[in-house]
Design a protein around this ligand. Structure first.
Ligand code: PEP
Length: 259
């Protein structure tokens, strides 16, 4: 087995304004402090809306919290006439560690293509951000039984052109779209099946040591009650949590899945 530190990541989506965001984060830090959470064993990350990031930075740096954070998206470009877009440069300057790339809501609502997502992945590396690349199939693909092929095809296009050093840093989140925000959870065996397939694909695209380093998350209606069983799977190294990350106690219990 490999030494991959589990990553528990909360995607706040378009919830929590900048005041609500720091309030929730402060409570989360207190709750995890009270529980004597060991961040060196299990990493904790949050993905707030862009407008919250400055406040999150002030709190995290000011109180010396071990919680890390990232943006929910970034532009493939670094600067210029791209009204409404956010550069990876800005996220880096705000102390972000990570950035989500290719969340299914971006792929669907904003029609983001794998060609665009590949450029976003490249942009993340240009600015020292670790991409949390989201891949996964919709319900029709799952029902047709081609979910592995479909998800690996996304992966291949999204990571094209990376060197092995960059690829080894990557975090990939497998999020079956039919299980996001629906209460439908893929079973631990489904999560393991896909994560094993993703790891094998990374070994083929890069090499075994890259595949062994990359952390693979599962996402889709994760709660405190189902997190431990999913995280027990051999190739699942963390979870990406949407709805349940907005409830401090629920999210803290996911972070403390070992207890
Ligand atoms: C997500 O947004 O990445 C997600 C997995 O959402 P939820 O946990 O609400 O299904």
């Amino acid at each position: 087995t490999y030494d991959r530190r589990p990553l528990i990541a909360g995607n706040w989506k378009m919830n929590l304004d900048h005041v609500q965001g720091i309030t929730l984060l402060q409570k989360l830090a207190w709750t995890l402090d009270d529980a004597k959470h060991d961040y060196s064993r299990v990493e904790v990350a949050v993905f707030p809306p862009f407008t919250d990031l400055r406040g999150v930075q002030t709190l995290v740096k000011g109180d010396d919290l071990d919680i890390v954070y990232g943006g929910q998206d970034l532009s493939p470009e670094d600067s210029g006439a791209y009204t409404g877009d956010i550069s990876g440069q800005f996220l880096e300057k705000l102390g972000c560690t990570y950035v989500l790339v290719g969340h299914s809501e971006r792929r669907t609502i904003h029609n983001e293509s794998d060609e665009l997502l590949n450029r976003k992945v490249q942009a993340a590396y240009r600015h020292n951000l670790v991409p949390v690349l989201c891949v996964g199939e919709g319900l029709e693909v799952r029902q047709a039984g081609t979910h592995v092929e479909h998800t690996l095809a996304q992966l291949r296009q999204d990571v094209a052109g990376l060197d092995p050093e960059q690829a080894g840093e990557l975090v990939v989140a497998y999020e079956p779209v039919w299980a996001i925000g629906t209460g439908e959870v893929a079973g631990p065996a489904d999560a393991q099946e896909m994560c094993a397939a993703i790891r094998a694909e990374l070994a083929a695209l890069f090499d075994e040591s890259v595949a062994a380093r990359v952390r693979l998350l599962y996402g889709g209606s994760v709660k405190a009650s189902n997190a431990a069983a999913i995280l027990k799977e051999r190739d699942v190294d963390g979870v990406l949590v949407g709805g349940a990350s907005l409830d401090v106690d629920e999210f803290a219990n996911i972070v403390r899945f070992e207890h």
